[in-house]
Design a protein around this ligand. Structure first.
Ligand code: WQD
Length: 336
């Protein structure tokens, strides 16, 4: 099976590409490198010993995307491509709606023209909004998000549901990620955010390498185990393997399924920081700062559906995530 990974040079995409190749799939990457580097694709080949056809294109461009489908016999798509910074989406909502929705609509139109009817979509736990109880379950009402980034994910889920309802041949799996962290154990691919990281672990890694002076912990007065925010962290390789399982599911089922990809366990910011220090024997200086607008105190997944439907569950521990993150960051202090 030949799989197109849109945004496949990115953090999750590159790790998924490695797992696909390791499991005997063929992979094609379309990436405009707006938030990734071509080096990542070279390293995918280095890790797997297999080549990947790379198209350095913006998939909003229908002509370029059509050319890819003309040249490649694509059997299925994993759709990662999209802007994903929550804060930036609040400052530039139009850019987020235009890019994330256009990319998806163009992709679905071209898939239809070439009779490609299997898609796995990179969605997010953000779609659960701020009113659902924890742990999040896929059957919960999805009533709205707290930021434009989350809304684009919610809208794309709806586009896929409506498209599948109109086209009985379409199979779509909507993977709702929780908090992916860590890196491939080889240390050759990992998360490489541009600028100052928004997310916790890339920021911790920059402090550990001395690139940033200290971590700001956004609030220690939440009603949680130790007052700091609690999240469901999942190793990026576990997440990647979840995509392969979802693809295999889409190959044998029709319709649309939303599935959580999380560990089902929550860890606080302080637990994560202390684990990173303990596992890697590296201090991470921090200071308590005011809460970050839009943050929820705590959320984590009910991971049962992925286990039942995909036969998938996490294998790596928080210690593994912290160890593999440091192995990547210490060997690639400036990223790719
Ligand atoms: C985790 C915890 C912060 C940074 C976001 C998106 C979500 C998904 C994952 C794309 C929180 C705390 C963080 C820092 C801190 N992205 N924190 N200091 O906000 O749970 O989820 O990224 O799909 O859609 O919303 O992740 O890593 O930013 O924060 O104290 O410098 O770490 O308050 O409790 P988040 P995060």
């Amino acid at each position: 099976m030949k799989v197109l990974l849109t945004g496949g040079a990115g953090y999750i995409g590159s790790h998924t590409c490695v797992e696909l190749l390791n499991q005997g799939f063929e992979a094609v990457i379309a990436d405009d490198f707006s938030n990734s580097k071509p080096e990542a694709v070279k390293r995918i080949t280095e890790i797997t010993g297999k080549n990947v056809d790379l198209y350095p294109i913006d998939i909003c461009g229908k002509v370029a995307l059509t050319k890819l489908f003309e040249e490649q016999k694509i059997d299925a798509v994993i759709h990662f491509a999209g802007f994903k910074a929550v804060g930036e989406s609040c400052q530039k909502p139009l850019m987020y709606y235009r890019n994330n929705l256009d990319a998806t609509l163009t992709l679905l139109e071209v898939m239809k023209e070439f009779n490609v009817n299997k898609i796995v979509f990179s969605s997010s736990a953000t779609v659960y909004g701020e009113n659902n109880p924890i742990p999040y379950v896929e059957t919960m009402p999805i009533t709205g998000c707290t930021n434009p980034y989350g809304w684009t994910k919610l809208m794309i889920e709806q586009i896929l549901k409506d498209t599948a309802n109109a086209d009985p041949d379409l199979s779509a799996v909507l993977l709702r990620y929780f908090n992916p962290i860590g890196a491939h154990p080889s240390g050759r691919i990992g998360e490489d955010p541009s600028g100052i990281p928004n997310n916790l672990l890339p920021y911790v890694a920059k402090v550990a390498t001395g690139k940033l002076p200290k971590l700001g912990i956004f609030g220690d007065d939440y009603d949680t185990v130790d007052g700091t925010g609690v999240r469901d962290y999942i190793h990026v390789v576990d997440l990647a393997r979840g995509h392969v399982a979802a693809l295999q599911y889409a190959d044998t089922h029709k319709g649309v399924e939303a599935i959580n990809l999380g560990s089902g366990k929550g860890h606080s910011v302080l637990e994560v920081v202390n684990t990173f220090t303990r596992v890697n024997n590296i201090p991470v200086p921090y200071e308590i700062k005011p809460r970050r607008a839009g943050d929820l105190p705590e959320f984590y997944a009910n991971a049962e559906k992925a286990k039942e439907l995909l036969g998938w569950e996490v294998e790596y521990t928080l210690e593994d995530m912290c160890r593999d993150l440091w192995n990547w960051q210490s060997n690639n202090p400036d990223g790719y």
